[in-house]
Design a protein around this ligand. Sequence first.
Ligand code: DAH
Length: 346
Amino acid sequence: MSGASADLVAALAALRAEAEALIGAATERDVLQRLRTDYLGRKAGRVTAILRDLTSLDIEARKAVGQAANEAKAAIEALLETADAALAARAHASSADLTMPARQAFRGALHPVTLVVDEICDIFRDLGFTRVTGPEAETEQYNFTKLNFPPGHPALDLHDTMYLGPGTLLRTHTSPVQVRTLEAYPPPIRVTIPGLCYRRDAWDASHAPVFSQIEGLVVDEGVSFVDLKAAIGYFARRFFAPGVKVRFRPSFFPFTEPSAEVDVECQICHGAGCPVCKGTGWSEIMGAGMVDPAVFEACGVDAERFTGYAFGMGPGRIAMQRYGLSDIRMLYDADVRLHAQFVEAR
Ligand code: DAH
């Protein structure tokens, strides 16, 4: 082999090694494309250029260099091919599919009981009621004594009430806020009092140890049971349906006299009887009555001059009626799929 051809073969080996290193380092298909042009391009490719030079060599040398050049070309070609396929596969695996539907943005929703509490308070606001709140941790005085519960009343029992310490407890109803309101403001009074209450009740389909109530209190001169019935009737027609059936049943509460329990026609079976209304066709939504003069006296309100009515309703039960839920525990599962259904109901 002549000196010239030996130089060319060595140059080809160097080109091949160089190309091999560059191809191995390439991370982009564009780079491979450029390397292909650089080394194998028909016009300016560096391997191609050597093949073009062969004309000046003798036949032996031409054969030797030609063979080396073709091998180099084939080797570089093969490396480019493999590297390109690998990069193409990687790009395919990591690229986003732009035809996929977008992932749905997460939307929270107000709890059905929150919706119901707000709606009820809004209806009573139209009748002139102001929304007020009171503490969940209470004293026995406010929760029981000033509400005319006699000493030893079963409600004071450790089995029914969650005591925090001697004489302090988690309120078992929102009625103590009646007392706080009567002590803080002179009549006329018209308030709704939403809030959480606590009882030592076992969980079942219609009981929970923590639940919400809305208390109502109206005190003025000349307030009568007729006003109570009118307000509750107005509320039920607006909240449930214009023609909804409502009934008052005589009942007893220490803080009202006379007292009643108020039922609406079951909104799930419309009076036919179902498991939610326990076959009665009616659903109890509140207790109510005329404020007992003993409560006025305990709060320093002139019971000769003023009369009043009060009610306490269960927004959880009412939400079950409104949304057709058969088990109160559904309201405690924090399942946003349940909540999200009622967003528009507002
Ligand atoms: N506090 C009663 C309860 O939790 C509900 C109630 C009944 C409230 C009659 C009232 C009322 O204001 O007048 O069972």
